[in-house]
Ligand binder design. Sequence first.
Ligand code: FE
Length: 179
Amino acid sequence: MSYVVDLLVKHGAAMYGHEPVTQLDHGLQTAHLAEQAGASEALIAAALLHDIGHLIGGFEHARMPDVDFAHEESGADFLRTFLGPVVSEPVRLHVAAKRWLCACDPTYVDSLSPASVHSLALQGGAFTPQAAAAFLAHPFARDAIRLRRWDDAAKVAHAPTPPLAHYARIVARIEAALA
Ligand code: FE
């Protein structure tokens, strides 16, 4: 099994902050929503692995909810090595996508969970109009916005998904293509 996916197996039982799902469930639900939406394999892998920065950062993240560890940056730097920019860059931008959605979709903030509203403040809040425009100019911005919406919806206790092995095969194909 891929080293990257193995991290999810090893540490995925940790709870996803204050949400009613584990890290592994959250990744699987996000990937499942991406797959159902017809996303590319790269974006499905990004969905599965978008919070890996929380896992490689150890459990300080869960113990210190008032610190922003910039898990999107550490996770993306890690994923870029193994899976390339088509996977890593939507992950890097998934927090910025939340700030963009808060600025540009008036219904979005109301849809966020309390934990996500809390982290939004630590992450800098809604973008200004200038920052929102600059964000959209990024080549991976649209992928990141799609990923963000699946991320926000992937917090349902006991929601059924395909098994991790299904997504591990997708990750393995991307790794093989890069090798
Ligand atoms: Fe997430």
